[in-house]
Design a binder for this molecule. Structure first.
Ligand code: ADP
Ligand code: MG
Length: 557
């Protein structure tokens, strides 16, 4: 054996081990939480994100901020995934989930410094999360899912702080009606609620269309603007002369032959239109193009036609009107047609839209969202998406929790009790978990400009006295029964957030060796940030041109 070191990694790879690896990952995770922290709650602030192409997003939505940020650090990305899971599973609570995950890491850091082993920590965190799930089930309130007032309050809570304040009641009502309309025996798929944005007017002009709205105009100007009792043909291929399977070359030797050839094509197109007329269609939605001649023939027959309808909207139309999309017009039958009481072209905010309405029991609906500017409309759309998610979840589960930090304070107290029954060092981890949860009420207070200590003390005392639904009214600063204020969130928003936050934190804590094929801390242009403390920051440079400008970051480092 020589003294030559054995090299198994390539020159470019970078390896960080032990405490350094842990602290690098924890820092990165905390930085992600810090980035969204100031947006939490009704008084949370918004962020303006500018990408490398200069396009701007102004948002309060946790998952949107993190997606736009172009985060590269692998541990930071694990926290971003927490937000994404939350978004996919329930649609709301993304900021809370990330903030809790960050705080779990921060509390773990203290314990690691006291030489508590990461696996002990992980074990304690898991036990705490499991117990927390049970406690939440206990304090959850059963709701009557037929009770629209409840549902509207839940819908409104999810929209708080997201630019929809002034019209919250109207939007909440629309969201609830939309979700109720699309529910069927298979459950609720919110994909069938389409949100069509149109800049102009005010949010108050937003309306629910019980049917489909297509942002196109009819394909030929001689077609009718309005069709009553519409029999709708849905076609997912182009309406044109069929291409031959093989490459054919036609040699034309005299002008008559050419004319004959063209006549043949025309006859073929005529046949397409005749077929549609025969089955009784008076409206045609085509997913692909429509040949000029076909347009002309359709117009002659008084049929309204729209081309290049998006695939997703073809699905919507099928669901709303009962039409079946056909690929070959030769095979179309009367049964394939859908029905709508009215199909009409109307002007919305200066551009033409086709409204497919008056359908019996619309199982696909459209929210026509209006608002002063594009950024406003985009943000309200995100609020509506969150809101659709919580209404769906509530109808599915029938269980809600009071908001405003109430569940977190309740959990925190319950977990401190529980910690006494957990022996060994895991007890410390359970206590750390209990402390970490208080980050939610603390942050709600901070963002509302209140004193977090005062608020927490009062919350704790109310909960110790048995008021499990007491939370922080971010507007007045009082600790009140959130149920009376109508601030409710689905139980699953909290249980999902806790589960994913715990899993991500535990996964990050258990890592003690980071072997990267390239440089981890790169992607910042100045190239001088190779010290580990900057790991989280440098890795997040990406499209944002360095994160230094983000207010929330400083606090987390
Ligand atoms: P998230 O992405 O986690 O949903 P939000 O910015 O929507 O983040 O904030 C959610 C938090 O705000 C929850 O803890 C919720 O209970 C709280 N909240 C919502 N509405 C109110 C209100 N009117 N008063 C107090 N807290 C509220
Ligand atoms: Mg929310």
């Amino acid at each position: 054996m020589g003294n030559q070191p054995l090299i198994v990694l390539s020159d470019d790879s970078q390896r960080t081990t032990g405490r350094d690896a842990q602290s690098m990952n924890i820092t990165a995770g905390k930085a992600v939480a810090g980035a969204v922290r100031t947006t939490l709650g009704p008084k949370g602030m918004d962020k303006m994100l500018v990408d490398s192409m200069g396009s701007v997003v102004v948002t309060n939505d946790g998952v949107t901020i993190l997606k736009e940020m172009d985060i590269e650090h692998p541990a930071a990305n694990m926290i971003v995934e927490v937000a994404e899971t939350q978004e996919n599973e329930v649609g709301d609570g993304t900021t809370s989930a990330v903030v809790v995950a960050g705080e779990l890491l921060a509390k773990a850091e203290d314990l690691l410094e006291q030489d508590i082993h990461p696996t002990t920590l992980a074990q304690g965190y898991r036990q705490a999360a499991e117990r927390a799930g049970e406690v939440l089930e206990d304090v959850a309130i059963d709701v009557d899912v037929e009770d629209e007032e409840y549902l509207q309050q839940i819908a409104a809570t999810a929209m708080t702080g997201k630019g929809a304040e002034g019209s919250k009641d109207l939007l909440a009502e629309i969201v609830v009606r939309a979700v109720q309309s699309i529910a069927d025996e298979d459950g609720i798929n919110t994909e069938y609620v389409e949100v069509e944005k149109s800049v102009g007017g005010s949010i108050e002009n937003t309306e629910l269309i019980e049917g489909v709205l297509i942002s196109k105009d009819r394909v030929h100007e001689n077609m009718p603007y309005f069709v009553e009792d519409a029999n709708i043909a849905l076609i997912d291929t182009a309406l044109e002369v069929k291409e031959t399977e093989i490459d054919a070359e036609v040699n034309v030797t005299d002008p008559d032959q050419l004319q004959e050839f063209l006549d043949q094509e025309e006859a073929q197109l005529r046949e397409l239109v005749d077929k549609l007329v025969d089955v009784g269609a008076n409206v045609v939605f085509c997913q692909k193009g429509i040949d000029d001649l076909v347009q002309h023939f359709l117009a002659q027959e008084g049929i309204m036609a729209v081309r290049r309808v998006k695939k997703s909207q073809v699905k919507q139309i099928a669901r709303a009107t009962g039409a079946r999309a056909v690929s070959n017009v030769d095979d179309i039958t009367e049964d394939d047609l859908g029905y709508a009481g009215s199909v009409a072209q109307k002007d919305v905010g200066g551009s033409d839209h086709i409204f497919v309405e008056d359908v019996e029991d619309a199982k696909a609906v459209t929210i026509l969202l209006r608002g002063g500017t594009e950024h406003v409309v985009d943000e309200v759309e995100r609020a509506i998406e969150d809101s659709l998610g919580v209404v769906r979840t509530t109808i599915e589960d029938g269980k809600v929790l009071a908001g405003g930090g109430a569940p977190e304070v309740e959990l925190s107290l319950a977990l401190r009790d529980y910690a006494d029954s957990v022996g060994g060092r895991e007890q410390l981890a359970v206590e750390a978990f209990a402390d970490a949860l208080e980050v939610i009420p603390r942050t709600l207070a901070e963002n509302a400009g209140l004193d977090p200590i005062d608020s927490l003390v009062e919350l704790r005392s109310q909960h110790s006295a048995g008021d499990a639904a007491d939370g922080l009214d971010a507007y007045t600063g009082d600790v009140i029964d959130m149920g009376e204020e109508g601030v409710f969130e689905p139980l699953r928003v909290k249980t999902q957030a806790l589960e994913s936050a715990t899993e991500a934190a535990v996964m990050i804590l258990r890592i003690d060796d980071v072997i990267a094929a390239g440089d981890l801390a790169v992607s910042s242009d100045d190239g001088d940030d190779d010290d580990m403390d900057m790991g989280g920051m440098g890795g997040m440079g990406g499209g944002m041109g360095g994160m230094g400008g983000m207010g929330g970051m400083g606090g987390a480092m």
